[in-house]
Design a binder for this molecule. Structure first.
Ligand code: C2R
Length: 204
């Protein structure tokens, strides 16, 4: 939905809220809750396996997101429109993944005023160092929070943590997730104690 369409769909209703009373507030709250808080964007469908990991994490935390494929290089007009409209749509964090000369995350950060998390894609020629440097080496003033090469899951977790700053319930889920990670490692150490490293290795 374009920004103009968004305003005509929701902006007029906002202005009429006083006559709608409590019923309207309730509906508005439900609608706000359903609006995507994270925009996931990737430069090509070849990035999908990594970007899906970010989406899986957001699903797990119950965070609404929208996902799309846009190339700043190949379709700059469409990219510009999407990045400029993101704030008006209610998006609070963008997760942008791209490979090679990966300008997509940086250009998102140039246009979108809230946090942008960049995921550098592993590439066949330069192993993803090309993507990493393109995303992480931003000029001062336009930061991109860059995760590891192919770090889709961490991008999702970082987005959840950013949103948890103003959402107590989500913060609780983030803490529970961290506890579950701890529990996994504790179980592994106990197993190692019980069976020794040779048997542990044999079972891997
Ligand atoms: P194809 O597989 O479509 O040839 O794309 C994509 O993110 C992908 O990793 C190869 C790689 O090109 C990247 N790409 C960018 C941009 N658009 C596409 N880095 C961009 O606008 O930055």
């Amino acid at each position: 939905m374009e920004l103009r369409e968004f305003h005509s769909a929701f902006g007029n209703a906002d202005r009429g809220c006083s006559s709608w009373g409590g019923q309207y507030d309730h509906e508005k709250r439900e609608r706000d809750e359903m609006m995507a808080k994270v925009g996931i964007v990737m430069g090509s469908d070849s990035d999908m396996p990594v970007m899906a990991k970010a989406a899986e994490i957001l699903d797990r935390f119950g965070i609404e997101y929208e996902m799309t494929i846009i190339s700043a290089h190949r379709e700059p007009d469409i990219f510009f429109q999407w990045a400029k409209a993101a704030e008006g749509k209610g998006i609070k964090v963008i997760i942008a993944g791209a490979g090679k000369a990966a300008h997509l995350p940086g250009m998102c950060a140039a246009l979108f005023p809230m946090p942008v998390i960049g995921i550098p894609m592993k590439t066949s020629d330069l192993g993803g160092v090309d993507s990493l440097y393109s995303i992480v080496q931003m000029p001062s003033g336009i930061p991109v929070a860059t995760v590891a090469i192919n770090g889709g899951a961490n991008a999702g977790i970082l987005a959840a943590k950013m949103l948890a700053v103003s959402d107590e319930e989500l913060l609780g889920r983030v803490k529970a997730y961290a506890e579950s990670l701890k529990g996994d490692v504790v179980k592994k150490a106990e197993k190692l104690d019980q069976i020794g490293y040779k048997e542990y290795l044999a079972q891997m």
